[in-house]
Design a protein around this ligand. Structure first.
Ligand SMILES: [Zn+2]
Length: 237
């Protein structure tokens, strides 16, 4: 095997190890966002239910206030009955009292109806609040675990990566750059074996000429299809 390809193969083993250590970490931001979205939906649900309770409470208070105003109005009109000068005025006041009473009773009924709805509204709100608390606890636990995993993995990656510079000595920078580009674009397999004249990266056949060059071991051969840097396994060399 070409000595530089041998070095690249060792480098690739190390880079694959780093990549596998990183894989779980790479998934964390998306997982965090997903969980945050669930939590946010729960919070919005609780806020909407909270508003529904508040709206109903305000409506009940306003209706009760209007009922009280109706009562005052009726009292005032009742008082006027004693001071009216003639029967027509008396009858008119009675009608007015009747009308105010009707409106007052209607509002009273509406307030009672709303009060009946308040209990289930409050129960739904409390349930939604509890769901938020539960989800927040789950999210906090996830974040703590994610932090612990990140710290542990970063330390492990740093340890493994510390030796990477040694693997680069004796390799031309342009070859390293080519390798790194392939490593990124070819699913972490930049240097790959040829078995039975077939590139094990893309499973296309390579030419007899390339096989001969690989056997020669003095030139760096790339796959004509996927551009991966090739080597022959010892038993094929
Ligand atoms: Zn290939």
């Amino acid at each position: 095997m070409h000595p530089q390809v041998k070095k690249l193969l060792d480098l690739q083993k190390l880079d694959q190890h780093i990549a596998s250590l990183r894989r779980d970490l790479d998934a964390l931001p998306a997982e965090t966002a997903k969980r945050q979205k669930v939590l946010e939906a729960r919070r919005q649900d609780a806020a909407a239910k909270d508003r529904a309770v508040q709206d109903a409470e305000v409506a009940v208070r306003n209706l009760e206030l209007s009922v009280k105003q109706g009562d005052d109005e009726i009292k005032k009109l009742d008082g006027r009955l004693n001071t009216v000068k003639n029967n027509a005025e008396y009858q008119a006041t009675l009608l007015q009292i009747e009308s105010v009473k009707r409106e007052r009773d209607r509002m009273q009924e509406e307030a009672l109806g709303l009060l009946d709805k308040l209990a289930p509204l409050r129960a739904a709100r409390d349930e939604a609040r509890a769901a938020v608390s539960a989800e927040e606890a789950v999210f906090e636990k996830f974040l703590a675990e994610a932090r612990a995993l990140t710290e542990a993995r970063e330390a492990e990656i740093a340890k493994v990566a510390a030796g990477r510079a040694d693997h680069l000595t004796g390799l031309p920078p342009d070859l390293v750059a080519r390798y790194e580009k392939l490593f990124r674009s070819r699913d972490r397999l930049a240097v790959c074996a040829v078995e039975g004249q077939v590139c094990q990266g893309c499973y296309n056949r390579i030419t007899m000429n390339d096989v001969a060059r690989l056997r020669g071991g003095s030139s760096i051969v790339e796959c004509g299809s996927c551009n991966r840097i090739l080597y022959l396994r010892d038993d094929e060399a």
